[in-house]
Structures are given as C-alpha cells and as structure tokens.
Write a protein that binds this ligand. Structure first.
Ligand SMILES: Nc1nc2c(ncn2[C@@H]2O[C@H](COP(=O)(O)OP(=O)(O)OP(=O)(O)O)[C@@H](O)[C@H]2O)c(=O)[nH]1
Length: 540
C-alpha cells in the first residue's frame, strides 16, 4: 500500500510540486519571486503555489459500519419464558461527494473520510439509528478516478423503493449531534424499563477457544457491559445493559484511532523513492474517469455504509433457526456489516465553452469581466489569477456560453515554469479557444514579448500539454488596443498571423467587445472552423 501511494505521488505532478515547492512567499505583489524548476533562476512575479488552487486530490473513504442487532428477551409475570424483542442495528453512514457551484477547488477536503457508525439495535424491537453520512462538497467538473475499492454510484434523490425499516426517516441527513439526541432518547427509554431483559449469546464452557470467542464476542464487541437484574438468574443467559450513544461514539472514536483506516496519516506526505516499474504498474491499476460531477446538487456515493446486524426478534420470527445452531446464527447475524472502502483521485476539469489563454498580464481577467458579469481579481502584476474563473456570456436569444479564464501561461510551462501547465486541464474540454495577446507588451519601453511571439509560445505550450489541442476552433483577441502604438502593432499582427480571425479589443473600456461576442458565437456555430497552425505564424 505504501508503495502504491508512493507511485501515485509521482503520478500527480502538480500536487508534488506544491508539496515540494520552496517555502511560500508571503503576500503578493510585484516584488515576489518564484524559482524556475528547470534552471533555478529567479523571475519577477506574484506568489504561486503559496495561494494556488488544489485541483488534484487523493482521498480514502470508508462507509460507516452497521450497528449490531440486539439480542434481548422481554419477560413478564405472565410470560416467564420471554419472547425475543431485540431490534435491528442501524445502517452505517455513506461517504458522499456533492457537486457545488460555490466550491472552487479541493482545498477544503479531507484526505480521509468516514461515514458514521450505525447505532445498535435495542430492546422493545427498536431499530438502531442510521449512521450519519459524511458529505464533502466538490466543484462542478470534478472527475473521479478509482485506484482501489468499490465503484462509486450516483445517489438517487427520490426514493425508488419502499422505505427500508432500517432507515429512520429524517435521520439520514442529520449531523451526528442530532443522531445522538435520537439515540439518547431511545436509550433512556430502554434503560428505565424493568420488564425486559437483554440476553447475550450463550457462554460455552467447553469446546475450542476460537469458537467460544466468536460466539461470545461478536467481532466488533458490541455487548459492552454486564449487569444482572436483582432477583433473577438464568444460567444460560447473560443479562446485559446496552451502552448509551456517548459510549458508542467514544468507542467508535477509539476504534477509529486504532483502525488501519487512520493508520498512515502521513501516507499522503511521503517522500519519493521507489522504482519506475512499480509506478507504471500502479498507474495501470487506476480506473480513469469512473464518474464525473457536472451538475450542481449531484451526489455521488463513494463509500457505502454497512448494513446493520439483525435483532433476535427479526431472526426468530423470519428465519426460525434450528435449536442446535441458534446461538451461533444469532451471534453471526446480529453483527453489523462493515462499510465499503475506496481510494480515489479527484481531478478538476472545469467545464466551459470558451477558454481564454494568454500570457500573464495580457488582460484575460479584464476581458472576462467585460464579456460577463464575473468579477475576477485584476491587477497589474503577473499571475494575479491563480485559479480558473468562469463567467457566463448570454446573448439576446438567451443562448449562453461559459467562458473560462485560466492562469497565465509562460514559455516553458511544460517544464513546470510559472504555474506549470496543469491548469490547461480546465480548457481541455472547451469548444473554442480565445488567445488573448497583449499588444502593448513591447510598447513604451516595456520589455515584454511581441504579440506574435506570445502566440507562438502559447501554441507551443498547448501542444506540449495535449497534441492537437490547438486545432480546435480559435480566434485571437488583440487586447490593449487603446495604448499608444497599439494600432501599428495590430496591423503587424494581422500581417504575421494568418488563418484565424483577430479582434482588436480594449477590455478595460469594453471597446471591440460586442464584435468579439459575435465572433465567439460564430465560432460556436461554425461547422468548419479553423484552429491555429504554427506554420502560419511569421515570427522573424
Ligand atoms: N491599457 C489597458 N490595460 C488593460 C487592458 N486590459 C487589461 N489591462 C490591464 O492589464 C493588467 C492585467 O490585467 P489582468 O486582467 O489582471 O490580466 P490577466 O491576463 O488576467 O493576468 P494574470 O492574472 O496574471 O494571468 C491590469 O492592470 C489591467 O488593468 C486594456 O484593454 N487596456
């Protein structure tokens, strides 16, 4: 397992980069620096991974174990034999991912998630409470890869079957606190009564020890305390009281701490030192894209809670076990089932129709705010944008287009310079690419890159990320046309770049933006649009 996780660390370059990056730069602004991974140079820019988004995340989930069924006999003066009245254990809680618009990345998630344990059944045929579900919110566009464990499944909102008698309506969504309240109420009810007796499995005084243990102590040791009712003795039966919910929770806590599940808290922070072959083998094991979360409110169950054990009332009534093996059968059936486990990798791939790509400071965020009502952070230093911003561009006929502004790309991003090129996954699924070029990068004494070279660098980086990415429908936004000398630059750009439409724009004053909106729409509708061909860019 340790090696598997080591291998996965390699598989996740962005995460590793974050983990291994030098101490974060405090604050932001033009005076901050970042180290080039390739050359170790210092270059002037804003803080990077220090505030960066987490768009790949490994998670281990385990459904809550089912509660134990209760073994109890209800006796009265008129019925000295008693009749079974132990209730079924409650189902364990699920671990659920919920798709939310208000979440941007995985930074708020926990690496380990575990559903709540189902409550134990109690006497008077009372069912144990359902374990609380653990719900983690993830952004729209989350893709799930399965490394190990059960396939996740989408939760169905409306009930598709008759209500399970083990599900107590209204309990599922409650926090553990409210479950406790319900449980306590149930427990109090049972503790005060004198007319019933809780009877544990028969003690064997002979036979082998293993058998004895399995019968007397169900695996998860649910029968905690023993106390006998005064004035009553029964040589065949243990008379027991049941733990209140605080005890169950406390025990869960202790169990959880001992459990393998929590064993390697550092498992996601280990150093890299393992052979390449194993890494490749592990990568092959990953089942890619087992699920994708695209709609807000969508719920995916990644680990299911175990079913609760059966109470003796149910067992005796429905199963009628033969006398010979009755005790064994009851002991076995009353044990709650363990929850399922899964080891997953979550990856965020934003879903947008149009992707804005450009060098840092080209004006992508300004353009997004001009095109839509999005309000991304805008500043005159590089790498202001550290996570994708998505805006919605709506036309008069209510046709709506989603536009994604991603962090700036620089030459060598594929060698992990700047923010690297991992952010390109957010435009991987866009239909249209808009290259935002800064016409004023070399004007008025600025030591920037000419627009055609900007374009060349962008195309090269995109192709490094994914071959053929630049073949998708594209247009060029020649931004900052308001700057002095930008008109000449625009003319030169038109001369040097062929084959794609170029729109002169001043994003800050929203000039040229209406034409750009039309251009984007045409590109979306066009049946035979063109991408960018490096050969059609003249740099020299
Ligand atoms: N003169 C002029 N300045 C602009 C225009 N558009 C953007 N700017 C300025 O350019 C600077 C950078 O703008 P941003 O929108 O943050 O650029 P960005 O491409 O999102 O930058 P990163 O976040 O680093 O990727 C800001 O100071 C903007 O005010 C424009 O049309 N004309």
């Amino acid at each position: 397992m340790w090696r598997r996780q080591q291998a996965l660390l390699r598989w996740l370059p962005p995460l590793r980069a974050v983990a291994q990056s030098p101490p974060p730069w405090v604050g932001g602004g033009p005076a901050c620096y970042y180290g080039s991974a390739a050359e170790g140079k210092k270059e002037k820019t804003a803080p990077l991974q220090a505030r960066g988004m987490v768009d790949k995340f490994r998670m281990r989930a385990k459904g809550g174990d089912g509660g134990s069924g209760c073994v109890s006999l209800r006796r009265s003066r008129s019925d000295r034999q008693g009749r079974p009245d132990g209730g079924n254990g409650g189902k364990g809680g699920d671990v659920i991912l919920e798709c939310s618009r208000s979440i941007w990345d995985f930074s708020g998630l926990q690496h380990h998630m575990r559903g709540g344990r189902g409550g134990n059944g109690v006497s008077k045929n009372q069912i144990g409470t359902r374990g609380s579900d653990k719900i983690a919110q993830v952004p729209v566009g989350t893709v799930i890869h399965l490394v190990e464990g059960e396939q996740p499944s989408f939760a169905v909102n409306k009930p598709t079957r008759a209500l399970d008698p083990w599900d107590i309506p209204g309990v599922t969504e409650h926090s553990s606190a409210s479950s406790n309240q319900i449980d306590n109420a149930v427990m109090k009810g049972c503790d005060g009564g004198l007319s019933h007796w809780h009877i544990g499995p028969k003690h064997y005084t002979d036979g082998n020890e293993a058998e004895k243990k399995s019968i007397n102590q169900p695996e998860n040791g649910k029968y905690l305390h023993t106390c006998s009712e005064p004035g009553f003795s029964n040589t065949d039966c243990d008379v027991r009281t049941y733990p209140c919910q605080e005890e169950i929770d406390e025990k869960d806590q202790i169990e959880s701490e001992d459990d393998d599940f929590w064993e390697d808290e550092d498992e996601f922070n280990t150093d890299e030192e393992e052979d390449e072959e194993e890494e490749e083998r592990e990568e092959q094991d990953v089942q890619y894209c087992v699920a994708e979360m695209t709609k807000p409110g969508q719920r995916l169950i990644i680990a299911r809670g175990g079913e609760g054990g059966l109470g003796n009332a149910f067992i005796m009534k429905e199963m009628r076990p033969s006398k010979e093996y009755r005790q064994e059968k009851i002991a076995r059936l009353s044990t709650g089932q363990p929850g399922t486990e899964a080891f997953l990798i979550l990856e965020l791939k934003s879903i947008a129709d149009v992707g804005l790509v450009g060098l840092p400071n080209a004006g992508k965020s300004t353009l997004l705010s001009a095109l839509s009502r999005a309000q991304p952070e805008i500043a005159d230093y590089e790498f202001t944008t550290l996570r994708p911003n998505i805006g919605s561009l709506t036309y008069e006929d209510y046709f709506s287009v989603k536009v994604a502004d991603i962090p700036g790309l620089i030459k060598g991003a594929h060698e992990n310079r700047g923010l690297g090129h991992a952010f390109l996954r957010h435009i991987e699924r866009t239909k249209v690419l808009a290259y935002v070029l800064d016409l004023a990068a070399t004007l008025n004494g600025r030591k920037g890159i000419p627009p055609w070279e900007q374009l060349q660098d962008l195309v090269t980086e995109l192709e490094h990320y994914q071959e053929g990415l630049t073949r998708r429908p594209s247009l060029i936004v020649a931004n900052k046309i308001d700057e002095e000398g930008a008109d000449e630059m625009y003319e030169e750009l038109k001369r040097r770049v062929q084959g794609v439409p170029i729109f002169p724009v001043c994003a800050i004053l929203q000039e040229g933006v209406p034409d750009l909106r039309v251009g984007l729409r045409n590109l979306m509708d066009d049946s035979d649009p063109q991408g960018i061909d490096l050969r059609k860019i003249t740099v020299q």
